[in-house]
Design a protein around this ligand. Sequence first.
Ligand code: ASP
Length: 345
Amino acid sequence: MSINRRHFINLSSLGIAGFTLQGFANKTNNIIIKPIVIATWDAGLNANKGAWEVLSKGGSALDAVEKGVMVTEDEISCCVGLGANPDRDGHVTLDASIMDHEFNCGSVAFLERIKHPISVARKVMEKTPHVMLVGEGAQQFALSEGFKLEPNVLSEDAKKAYEKWLKKSTYKPVINVERSTNPNAQLDEKYKAPYKLDNGNWNHDTIGMVALDANGNLSGSCTTSGAGFKLRGRVGDSPVIGAGLYVDNEVGAVVATGQGEDVIRVAGASAVVEYMRQGKSPQEACKLVVEKIRKIKKEKAADIQVCFIALNKKGEHGSFALHTGFNYAVHTSDGNKLLESPFSI
Ligand code: ASP
């Protein structure tokens, strides 16, 4: 995962530095906040707007989380949809998953040339007896469901990034770690401020979204191109139910972003849900799983980022990241806001 896949938002530059996560999350007491939708990174702001169109009209969380992340799949960015960075062989391969309030779930992985992998994942959930389809089979299934085969071309941004990468062709995933405690950190200038691509779009990461609808039902979705310049065939956590995404309608819903391999090894999203079941707040639950990854990775934790966002049945939300630089967007009837995540290192 290249550092080029990421950017960091200086929240104070957006004028929302005084907005504390704790203050927002704890206001709820016994009141259930619904509907509510939360989504990863600054791209979550736009995605939330798409989801809110559904939720504000009394629509289901499932419809909302599909519509929401479709907004991001339509944007050109480094990390989501067909405009994203390719694998090391020059092909864009996409992973996505979706889960509803009744443990129904569907996912696709290593899917090529289909614009909305999240909608294919939903079809897998609704129209097949399976949970996951991959590669050529997933593409065949998509075509049989009426999805269009898009041209096999890279976006301008992806082409430039790939050509740059090809010069060295090293496969050394470095991720969005703003090494606040690392004296050797060399932070690229552009990561010190909100980072826009040459075409004016935001550069952003995996979009993960979880929502609670007016009926009190939870659902979640996740869609990504995974790690830029990855080995051909690499699949991350995003389409792996229980790792990148998990929903238990009695407890809460969780989605992950960051180094997928390390989220998979701790069954991340499912682990966060289980901590919430034990009574932990969304933020505490996310923190416990991040700290577990930190412990497992030992000194290598300096080189990876992992982040979770979580929403419980009461509409309380929280997040935790291994390193600084992660943010997520929250939309309620009070509006749509970007919050900076607490972090470990
Ligand atoms: N979790 C994704 C993956 O490993 C990448 C990301 O969130 O940036 O595929």
